[in-house]
Design a binder for this molecule. Structure first.
Ligand code: PPS
Length: 309
């Protein structure tokens, strides 16, 4: 069953890949989004979730897939076989994604699923469809330190042939600092959810905490979702969601997307999965420029990103 679904998805994307291109960005309420998302913006904004739906919100490359897998496993009491029923983007649809037919859009996938649905979004807080807030849906936000997030996004923009052309590394850093990449400013994104988290039903997590103590974070997610699984199940979930296991798992490593769209020979989707890889990329001069700018952009908030990374 799972294999069949995966094949269907892969074949559909393969079939449509002739019409897939690096899409231009168009601003929506000041946030640059790929044109094919903007085309269906009104339907995205009007999306009406069920109160039991769970939203996983992230800036791209902050640990979305990892968190999707943890939550799907929690919802299935750690049953790894159940979580191999289909690839991640089928089990946990990407709300705003819209691809050429016959690839199903996130909204089309959601239409055919029963709540509680596990929904992924990269939309910044002010672009989250109001239905999620009106229904008080649980939102799990994952933030990753800016420099690692930027490095990961750079590799992704090179291998994802739908995303705008990243250009050279030096210029990419400046695009990131100016908020010109798809889904806009990292700084506004992490701040937007941070400032709302007390008022809303938001659990705010950090990628670095997940790396350091996954068990602790899995337990926090479990409690937030009002679930209760045994210690043994938590151990299994931690084990099934290690970087290595998710990289080797065809249902989580995005091998469901053909190379005409995700060219994993340029960079694997499960690339390194580490904290501090930025040190292998930034020059001392780039660190100085980036950190000076960071101080300015983040001065109005005190989000506890690790100081040593
Ligand atoms: S996406 O395309 O926005 O949904 O990507 P996302 O899943 O948010 O982020 C991908 C990065 O997360 C890393 N990753 C993991 N790290 C540690 N452990 C696990 N289990 C894990 N799963 C995914 C993935 O390798 C990408 O980071 P980089 O730094 O590029 O390796």
């Amino acid at each position: 069953m799972a294999e069949k679904e995966e094949l269907t998805y892969k074949e559909a994307i393969q079939e449509a890949s002739g019409s897939i291109t690096r899409f231009p960005l168009i601003p929506v309420k000041g946030v640059p989004l790929m044109s094919y998302i903007v085309e269906i913006w009104d339907s995205i904004w009007a999306f009406s979730p069920d109160p039991s739906d769970i939203l996983i919100a992230t800036y791209p490359k902050a640990g979305t897939t990892w968190t999707q897998e943890i939550i799907d496993l929690l919802l299935h009491n750690g049953d790894a076989a159940a979580c191999k029923r289909a690839p991640t983007p089928i089990r946990s649809p990407f709300l705003e994604i819209n691809s050429p037919p016959p690839i199903p859009s996130g909204l089309d996938l959601l239409k055919n699923m029963n709540p509680p649905r596990l929904i992924k979004t990269h939309l910044p807080f002010h672009l989250v469809p109001p239905g999620f807030l009106e229904k008080n849906c649980k939102i799990i936000y994952v933030a990753r330190n800016a420099k690692d997030n930027l490095v990961s996004y750079f590799y992704f923009d090179n291998m994802n042939l739908c995303q705008p052309e990243p250009g050279p590394w030096e210029g990419y850093i400046h695009k990131f600092m100016r908020g010109e990449l798809s889904w806009g400013s990292w700084y506004d994104h992490v701040k937007g959810y941070w400032l709302e988290k007390e008022k809303r039903n938001i659990l705010y997590l950090f990628y670095e905490d997940l790396k350091e103590n996954p068990r602790h974070e899995v337990e926090r997610i479990m409690r937030f979702l009002d679930l209760s699984v045994s210690d043994e199940v938590i151990d299994k979930i931690v084990e099934n969601t290690t970087f290595k296991n998710m990289k080797d798992n065809p249902m989580t490593n995005y091998s469901c997307i053909p190379p005409s769209v995700f060219d994993q020979s340029i960079s694997p989707f499960m690339r390194k999965g580490e904290v501090g890889d930025w040190k292998n990329h930034f020059t001392p001069e780039q660190i100085k420029i980036f950190e000076e700018d960071y101080e300015k952009q983040m001065k109005d908030v005190n989000i506890p990103f690790r100081s040593l990374i």
